[in-house]
Design a protein around this ligand. Structure first.
Ligand code: PAN
Ligand code: ZN
Length: 188
């Protein structure tokens, strides 16, 4: 159609086993020190940073898309297995800046949970394992948690205009945390 500025179709290759996207436009690396303020046991996190040289906690591989209505953002997150004290490794979590935007997560490898929260305090927890898809409805903050022994690899897709709001959930916190005690997953 005349007058439309057509965006060029493209493809990306994803190594599903390793959770790596070929030629991403952006690779976000979150190390343990970037997780200060998120775990219940702060001194256990400091010990990891001190003794393990601030190891990688999780990475996000993404294509940079125009941040406008109609486009989709997508990428891969790869969350390491491990514990901070008894609490399972997790991502920071966020609301979308445009709150009324949803997201789809498809688990490609590993196992864990998606923890979600609304501004009125409702909390939901969905189990993830390879082949399982979780729908995050509009207005729910979301965080992924690795409860397995392997890397948790997730494909995510969300509206490109959504944006990320980390500040509000950082102040509020998620109502539920996920621990591993004597090898058992405990959600409380
Ligand atoms: C994901 C997340 C990714 C990393 O792409 O951004 O899993 O988690 P944090 O952003 O909470 O550090 C997503 O939900 N995008 O909207
Ligand atoms: Zn999101």
């Amino acid at each position: 159609m005349k007058g439309i500025n057509y965006f060029q179709p493209f493809s990306v290759d994803i190594n599903l086993m390793k959770g790596i996207m070929d030629a991403p436009d952006n690779r976000v690396v979150r190390t343990a020190s970037s997780m200060r303020g998120h775990y219940a046991d702060e001194s256990a996190l400091e010990k990891i940073i001190r003794e393990q040289g601030d190891p990688i906690h999780y990475e996000v591989f993404e294509k940079i898309m125009p941040q406008e209505y109609g486009h989709l953002c997508f990428g891969i997150s790869r969350l390491q297995p491990g514990l901070v004290g008894e609490e399972c490794f997790m991502t920071k979590g966020h609301y979308h800046s445009i709150l009324e935007t949803a997201e789809i997560y498809l688990c490609l490898g590993g196992e864990g949970y998606l923890v979600m929260k609304t501004q009125n305090g409702d909390c939901a927890v969905e189990y993830m394992k390879s082949g399982r898809l979780v729908y995050v409805p509009p207005c729910w903050a979301h965080r992924s948690v690795n409860t397995g022994e392997e890397e948790l690899i997730l494909l995510f897709i969300y509206p490109a205009e959504a944006g990320h709001n980390y500040g509000d959930i950082e102040k509020e916190g998620f109502p539920k945390r996920i621990f591993k005690r004597a090898g058992k997953v405990v959600i409380e």
